[in-house]
Design a protein around this ligand. Structure first.
Ligand SMILES: [Fe+2]
Ligand SMILES: [Zn+2]
Length: 487
C-alpha cells in the first residue's frame, strides 16, 4: 500500500475515529511491535486528536508532525493489513466525535449530555441520561424585551417555546418517539417557565396558553413533572401570578388528559428522577435533590434540615423570595458530578438576614463537582466565596441574555486562584455587549455565545464541552473543549 492509499483510507475514517480508536490503535501498535523508527505511535496519536478537533486544542494537541503514513507503508504486508483492519473496526465501534464546523454528533448509549439551550428568553436545558432517559430543566420565555436583553435566538420568527421544542426534537433524533421522561421547573419565574400576555396563543384544548414550558409540554409528552409547589402551591404565600396560574392550568390539564404525573421536588431524595430504560447497566448514576423551599439536604442519607426560620418569627418584608425557594440538585455519573442551583442567592441584600444566603448550606451538601451552572445567571447576589471554593468546578456554565449577567464581582470570584487554585473555563450562552464593555477581563470567557453542551463519555471518566451555533438550526459545532478528566 502506498502512503497515498493509506491517506485515502484515513480521510474516510477520520470523521468517525474516536478516542477508543486512538487507544486501540496504540494497543495494536504495541501488539504488532511496530518500532518507533518505522512508526511513531505517540506522534500519530497526538496528531490524530489534533486532526479530529483542530479548534479544541487548548493543550497543545496537534503540534507534532504526523509522519506515520510512511510508517504504515513500510510495514510488512500482514502487519499493515492487520493494523488497518483493526483501526477500521475500532473506528466503527467508537462514538462519533464532535468537530468544529460539522453538525454535532448524535447522542449514543452510555453518554450523559447536558444541553444548555440558548434562546435569548431564559433558561432551558435538556438532559439525556446514559440509558436515554430524558429530562427538561426549565423552559423560560420572558415576554419583556429591552435594550438590556440580547436578541431572540436563533431569531424572532418563533417563540422560545417553539425553538426549544425543535432543538429537543433534533437532539433526540436517535429516538423514534422523542419524549421527556421528566421535566423539572426550578421555580415560578417567567424566565424559567414562560410569561403570558394578550398575544400568547392558547393551547388547542383552551385550558392554558402556549408559552415556555407549556409549549414544550404540549408538543413533547412529559412523563413526570416536578416542581417546588405541588399540590397546593402556597409557600411562603399562595403563588397566583398569571404565569404561574397558566403553568398550573397546564399541569392540571396534562395530568387529567394525558397521564402526566406530577410530584413535589423533595430535597434529600435520590429516587424521584431515576433511569427508566436500562438502570442496571448504569448503576453509578444518581440525581440527588438537594434543596427547595429552604429545606436542604445535609449530605447524609436522605436527611434534610430547615434553613429558613419559622416564618411567624420573621418580619414579612424578610420572607424568602421565589429565588430563595428555587430547587437545587446534584447529578452524578461515575466520577463526574454536576450542580444546578437554579436562582438561589448566596449574598443577602444589604440589611437582610444571613439566612438569605441559601448557597452556603447547599454547597456544603454538594461538595466538589466537575461542572456547574452559575446560580441566578451570575447575578449580583450569587456565587458567594464559600460556594465557589466548595464546588471548585473545572467548567462553569453561564445561562445569560441580560446585561446584568454576570456581574463584575461574580466574574472576579470565578477567576480567583485564591478561592480555588487551578485551571477553569467559563462558558456563556449569550453575553450582552454591554457586559463585555463593563467587565474587564470578561474576554477570558472560553465562549460567549451558543448552546453549551456538556458531553460526558460513557462511565463518566471524562467530558467535553461542545459549543453549538445558536444563530440558526444548523446544529453546527463552533468549538470543542476538553477532554477534561473527572476527579
Ligand atoms: Fe432566572
Ligand atoms: Zn428566578
Amino acid at each position: 500500500m502506498t502512503p497515498g492509499a493509506a491517506q485515502a483510507i484515513w480521510k474516510g475514517l477520520r470523521p468517525c475515529v474516536g478516542t477508543l480508536a486512538i487507544s486501540s490503535l496504540a494497543m495494536v501498535c504495541e501488539r504488532l511491535a511496530v518500532s518507533v523508527s518505522s512508526m511513531d505511535t505517540d506522534s500519530l496519536t497526538v496528531r490524530l486528536v489534533g486532526m479530529r478537533a483542530p479548534a479544541a486544542s487548548s493543550r497543545g494537541q496537534g503540534t507534532k508532525t504526523w509522519h506515520s503514513l510512511d510508517g504504515i507503508a513500510r510495514l510488512s504486508g500482514m502487519k499493515r493489513l492487520a493494523l488497518l483492519v483493526l483501526v477500521a473496526a475500532a473506528a466503527l465501534a467508537a462514538p462519533a466525535q464532535d468537530v468544529a464546523g460539522r453538525e454535532m454528533a448524535p447522542w449514543q448509549p452510555g453518554m450523559l449530555d447536558i444541553h444548555q439551550i440558548s434562546s435569548g428568553r431564559g433558561n432551558a436545558a435538556l438532559y439525556i441520561f446514559p440509558d436515554g432517559t430524558t429530562m427538561l430543566v426549565d423552559a423560560g420565555e420572558q415576554a419583556q424585551k429591552t435594550p438590556r436583553h440580547t436578541p431572540d435566538r436563533p431569531d424572532g420568527t418563533r417563540p422560545a417555546g417553539d425553538w426549544i421544542t425543535r432543538y429537543i426534537r433534533h437532539a433526540l433524533g436517535h429516538d423514534p418517539q422523542p419524549a421527556l421522561d421528566y421535566a423539572l421547573l426550578t421555580h415560578f419565574h417567567s424566565d424559567h417557565m414562560g410569561d403570558v400576555s394578550d398575544k400568547t396563543p392558547a393551547a388547542p384544548s383552551g385550558a392554558y396558553k402556549l408559552t415556555g414550558l407549556a409549549w414544550v409540554g404540549e408538543n413533547l409528552r412529559i412523563g413526570k413533572m416536578l416542581d417546588r409547589g405541588w399540590p397546593d402551591y402556597n409557600f411562603p404565600t399562595p403563588i397566583e401570578d398569571a404565569a404561574t396560574k397558566n403553568y398550573r392550568a397546564f399541569v392540571k390539564w396534562q395530568t387529567e388528559n394525558r397521564g402526566m404525573k406530577v410530584e413535589r421536588f423533595t430535597p434529600g431524595r435520590n429516587d424521584q428522577v431515576v433511569l427508566l430504560r436500562d438502570p442496571k447497566k448504569y448503576a453509578d448514576f444518581e440525581l440527588r435533590a438537594v434543596g427547595a423551599n429552604g429545606e436542604i439536604w445535609t449530605g447524609v442519607g436522605a436527611t434534610t434540615r430547615r434553613h429558613f426560620p419559622p416564618l411567624d418569627t420573621v418580619p414579612r418584608a424578610d420572607w424568602p423570595t421565589e429565588n430563595h425557594c428555587s430547587t437545587s440538585f446534584r447529578l452524578s455519573y461515575g466520577r463526574f458530578d454536576y450542580f444546578n442551583g437554579a436562582d438561589i442567592p448566596g449574598i443577602p441584600s444589604e440589611g437582610f438576614p444571613s439566612w438569605h444566603d441559601v448557597e452556603t448550606p447547599v454547597a456544603r451538601a454538594v461538595g466538589p463537582v466537575e461542572a456547574a451552572i452559575l446560580d441566578h445567571h451570575g447575578y449580583i447576589d450569587s456565587q458567594n466565596e464559600f460556594l465557589v471554593a466548595t464546588l471548585r468546578p473545572r467548567v462553569w456554565v453561564l445561562s445569560v441574555w441580560d446585561s446584568g449577567h454576570p456581574t463584575a464581582r461574580v466574574w472576579s470570584r470565578l477567576q480567583s486562584q485564591r478561592i480555588y487554585p487551578g485551571p477553569r473555563e467559563v462558558f456563556a450562552t449569550d453575553l450582552h455587549p454591554g457586559t463585555r464593555v463593563v467587565i474587564s477581563g470578561i474576554e477570558k470567557l472560553a465562549s460567549d455565545r451558543g448552546h453549551i453542551v456538556l458531553r460526558v463519555s460513557p462511565g463518566g471518566g471524562e467530558y467535553r464541552v461542545v459549543i453549538v451555533d445558536d444563530s440558526s438550526e444548523s446544529h453546527r459545532v463552533t468549538k470543542v473543549f476538553g477532554p477534561y478528566q473527572s476527579r
